[in-house]
Design a protein around this ligand. Structure first.
Ligand code: DER
Length: 235
């Protein structure tokens, strides 16, 4: 089974939790894409009715529109039944790193307003501790004087051997701009940062920081697809 097939298996398993009439947070990324496609297919087949989707990014909004999924937003639906989204890392306590697709702010807003938050991953996303994959912990920041913000973040985690890099894109290595017009600083940590909640709170206290990609104590279920099959882990 390829990684893409594993993502699809996890996504389809999550969509089994979707019932007609639900208000659903629609995640962003290559795994969540399969879940949104599947919801669209079940609506088209008449197996699901009366679903309202709340997209977590402009990209997912476009995808859901093309599938004919009725869409709304958090202002119209302050509480959602369920959200389904991927993750970049999952630790043994079901804490997550998210945001490598750049959608962490809207994802955290919407997934924090759900009764159930189902995370769908292939088993390559499982880590012993957050930051442990050697990949980034994203931090969304206001663009103003971003070098200063990056320096503050680097200093905050210097004991963890932190490298803080502005996320860029395209040939010109332009700064990546989020759906909300902000920049992202990617934090690369070598060691376990220990108290995640304290680290997350400290990051959010830095002026110009908007949000970070640590989703702590938010997932209610994690569905992991691996070569040995699909595992459903409830909080
Ligand atoms: O950027 C995001 O938050 C995505 O949901 C990410 O966490 C997972 O993306 P993937 O399913 O493409 O790996």
């Amino acid at each position: 089974l390829t990684q893409e097939e594993l993502k699809k298996i996890a996504a389809y398993k999550a969509v089994e939790y979707v019932k007609s009439g639900m208000v659903i947070g629609l995640g962003t990324g290559s795994t969540a894409k399969h879940a949104v496609d599947r919801i669209g297919e079940l609506l088209r087949l008449g197996e699901l009715r009366g679903i309202v989707g709340i997209p977590t990014s402009k990209k997912t909004h476009e995808q859901a529109l093309s599938l004919g999924i009725p869409l709304s937003d958090l202002d119209s639906h302050p509480v959602l039944h369920l959200a389904i989204d991927g993750a970049d890392e999952v630790d043994p306590h079901l804490n997550l790193v998210k945001g490598r697709g750049g959608s962490l702010l809207r994802e955290k807003m919407i997934e924090g307003a759900c009764e159930k938050f189902i995370v769908i991953v292939d088993d390559s996303k499982l880590v012993k501790f957050l930051g442990g994959s050697g990949l980034a912990v994203p931090v969304e920041i206001v663009p103003f004087c971003w070098k200063n913000t990056a320096k503050r973040l680097r200093e905050m985690f210097k004991d963890s051997g932190c490298v803080a890099k502005l996320r860029t894109c395209g040939e010109e290595a332009e700064p990546f701009v989020t759906d909300n017009g902000n920049y992202i600083i990617d934090l690369y940590l070598e060691k376990d940062i220990g108290d995640l909640q304290a680290a997350s709170d400290a990051i959010l206290r830095i002026p110009c920081v908007v949000e970070n990609g640590m989703f702590l104590d938010m997932a209610t279920t994690v569905i992991v697809a691996g070569k040995k099959g699909v595992e459903v882990i409830d909080k």
